[in-house]
Design a protein around this ligand. Structure first.
Ligand code: ATP
Ligand code: ZN
Length: 286
């Protein structure tokens, strides 16, 4: 048996581009061949299997694939024996209950004895049970959002990102059942060799994802402001401070988190920082 790690990703759909991009950013190159089910990597002990996302949990449970990338929503719905190893930060969406726009919403009790159309009967069933609500769940596989308008259901439980699909079907989102993003799942019993390759892959994924939320920042500051600025910019260990040719001035280099970016820039300017450059980071290893 081959000790190459096999990873299942979505063949085509909302997850496939980001899944392939993640492997590429991890430095993994794939042998091309568009419509094949299996693509070996040329520079890493990995093979990629292209599947429908719904099939991935079963393939990983059975060990036909060792790993898979798919939405948490599908992982939870399928209830297969797999381990969620890593959140991946893309394909963010939510599974929500929606009702016709014209109706008022008073709370989950409103779904008592109602018909709800969904492709996620397990997740919805668990949610309703937890709320003490008994409803009739209609499991349908596509175009769930049209069910109320054709009289098939009173409400729907479906994937939402902006809400525009619901809105254009005369529906409004009233209850978030779960939040989801793409995750890496693994088979529960990988051999030692595969486990080692997985650790190597996880190390790379971590470096790629960390870099996405961080920026490299370079600025000039008067020497007397350097300690105040260093306190604002902790960096990976501490900022790099280099004297400028002009007496009394320094350049400070550091790393900032994207989410605190504007707040930090304001504080730096108050301390006399100028000539601030912000550059993307490609990889980040702690
Ligand atoms: P397949 O043919 O592989 O079965 P699919 O039609 O079931 O594909 P997609 O629509 O490609 O699935 O969605 C795949 C996953 O992407 C979903 O399970 C969900 O996790 C996520 N997703 C779905 N819709 C959105 C959205 N509007 N925004 C962000 N992520 C989404
Ligand atoms: Zn699917």
């Amino acid at each position: 048996m081959s000790d190459k790690l096999k990873i299942a990703i979505q063949k085509s759909g909302r997850l496939s581009d980001d899944s392939k991009a993640l492997l590429r950013e991890c430095g993994i190159r794939l042998q091309n061949g568009k419509n094949r089910l299996l693509a070996p990597a040329t520079n890493f002990p990995l093979e990629v299997l292209y599947l429908r996302d719904d099939d991935i949990p079963q393939y990983v449970e059975d060990g036909i694939a060792d790993l898979g990338i798919l939405g948490e929503n599908v992982v939870l719905e399928k209830q297969k024996k797999v381990t969620v190893r890593q959140k991946l930060g893309f394909a963010r969406c939510r599974l929500s209950l929606a009702i016709p726009k014209s109706e008022n919403y008073t709370g989950p009790q409103q779904f008592q004895a109602k018909k709800i159309a969904t492709s996620y009967p397990t997740i919805l069933g668990d949610f309703l049970t937890a709320q003490g609500v008994e409803a009739e769940i209609h499991n349908i596989s596509g175009s769930v959002e049209i069910a109320p308008s054709i009289g098939l259901a009173d409400a729907v439980c479906d994937i939402v990102s902006s809400g525009s699909t619901l809105f254009s079907n005369g529906l409004k989102e009233v209850e978030v059942v779960m939040k989801s993003e793409a995750v890496l799942i693994t088979n529960t019993s990988l051999n030692t060799e595969k486990q080692a390759t997985l650790d190597q892959l996880l190390f790379r994924i971590d470096a790629v994802n960390r870099s996405k939320y961080s920026k490299y920042i370079i600025l000039n500051a008067p020497r007397e402001a350097v300690s105040a600025i260093s306190a604002i910019l902790p960096g990976m260990r501490s900022p790099t401070v280099v004297p400028l040719a002009e007496e009394g001035w320094c350049a400070v280099h550091s790393v900032v988190q994207e989410e605190r970016f504007w707040e930090i820039i304001d504080q730096l300017r108050q301390q006399g920082a100028e000539g601030i450059l912000v550059v993307p980071i490609e990889k980040m290893i702690l």
